[in-house]
Design a protein around this ligand. Structure first.
Ligand code: ATP
Length: 359
């Protein structure tokens, strides 16, 4: 068994990141203390503030420093508002690529009373993270988009056997630990080669998971079925862009983007907690940001690291976070306005901490 200790980076990101990342650290610290887990949090500058202080939104040495740690919490990045110029880059695709965090695990769960469109939703979308249609990460150099003439743009979609197979394995292992159903989402009716290869590799990987039932849904049908019967899904695996879109749709079913956590993982023991939502500049500084997605992402990080590294204290800390989160979501005075509450980031965080400390 490992020492009951973890070293975790803390990168606030932009806008509401400065509110919800400290909330996640506060909650995870309370749970760790309660269960005998020592977390050494190491803050690092990133985003707009790092641009001002270090001349780059991803200061030199950040990746090397993170590599010495067990994982990290990354707040939302508001890259669309960065000034144009050197040093103002979107850091998170670089991080996902650098650490080979090819699987983006995004759960969707409904809770009573918070304005979900359906009850009984409990699904996880595993989105391929490092190839597909995303031009900022699907090539080693240059961009996956180019403009040969003024009037023509070509966007390249990259699908590989390795990338498809390994993300399928993450999804299959997850399905095995849940209700043992995996849905492949693709459009091989049109993308015969690209989606065709993705599906082929998913089925190849599934041979090693005979206990998991695998079915397929075409992406446009999936968009409709998510709205009509989301309860019929357990784990879903899909390519990058389809996953990007479907995870926001799934969030919309259960109270919005504030309810959409995520964990980026790869083959190693290193992971990045990152909520699905953006930096929400429209509500930054108002105290209205829902910290659930970020807190639950940190919970996923502790749970995953605890299981991968054999640290039961981390798993226990994650479990106690989960219980306190569920209890807090049931309290309209504690929870935030986006999920039918009258509380703030601070009240929600304090109530989750109180729940952890009182059980
Ligand atoms: P990106 O493309 O970077 O993911 P986005 O365009 O999806 O960003 P967001 O920043 O996620 O935009 O914000 C979309 C809307 O959701 C905004 O109105 C924002 O206030 C709201 N929102 C996002 N996150 C939260 C949150 N944690 N709590 C409350 N509202 C949120």
């Amino acid at each position: 068994m490992h020492d009951a200790s973890l070293v975790l980076g803390v990168l606030n990101g932009d806008d509401i990141g400065h509110e919800i990342v400290p909330a996640a650290v506060t909650v995870a610290s309370a749970a760790a203390a309660r269960h005998g887990l020592r977390i050494d949090w190491r803050p690092l500058p990133i985003g707009r503030r790092a641009l001002d202080s270090h001349g780059s939104t991803l200061p030199e040495g950040t990746l090397e420093t993170l590599a010495t740690m067990d994982g990290f919490v990354l707040g939302p990045i508001g890259h669309r508002d960065y000034p144009k110029g050197p040093g103002a880059i979107n850091p998170h695709p670089i991080m996902r690529k650098h650490f080979n965090l090819f699987a983006n695990v995004r759960p969707t769960r409904s809770y009573p009373g918070i304005g979900c469109l359906h009850d009984g939703v409990d699904l996880v979308i595993v989105r391929e993270n490092n190839e597909g249609f995303q031009p900022d990460r699907n090539v080693v150099a240059g961009s996956g988009e180019f403009r040969p003439t003024e009037d023509m743009t070509i966007s390249v979609r990259v699908i590989t056997r390795l990338g498809s197979n390994r993300v399928a394995r993450v999804a299959l292992a997850l399905a095995r630990s849940r209700r043992k159903l995996l849905t492949l989402v693709h459009k091989n009716t049109v993308f015969k080669l690209g989606c065709g290869m993705f599906v082929e590799e998913c089925y190849k990987a599934a041979r090693d998971f005979p206990d998991v039932t695998v079915n397929e849904v075409i992406v446009d049908t999936m968009a409709m079925r998510l709205v009509r019967d989301p309860q019929s899904f357990d784990v879903v695996v899909t390519t990058n862009m389809f996953g990007d879109i479907l995870t926001d749709e799934a969030a919309g079913l259960v109270g919005g983007l504030g309810m959409a956590p995520g964990l980026c993982i790869g083959d190693g023991d290193f992971a990045m907690a990152q909520a699905t939502h953006g930096s929400a500049p429209d509500i930054a500084g108002t105290g209205r940001a829902n910290p659930y997605a970020m807190i639950d992402s940190a919970r996923m990080l502790l749970d995953w690291l605890g299981r991968r590294r054999g640290i039961p204290q981390a798993v226990a800390a994650a479990d106690s976070m989960q219980r306190a989160i569920i209890a807090t979501l049931a309290d309209p005075k504690a929870r935030t306005g986006d999920i039918r509450g009258s509380g703030t980031t601070a009240t929600m965080t304090a109530e989750i901490v109180r729940g952890i400390e009182s059980t």
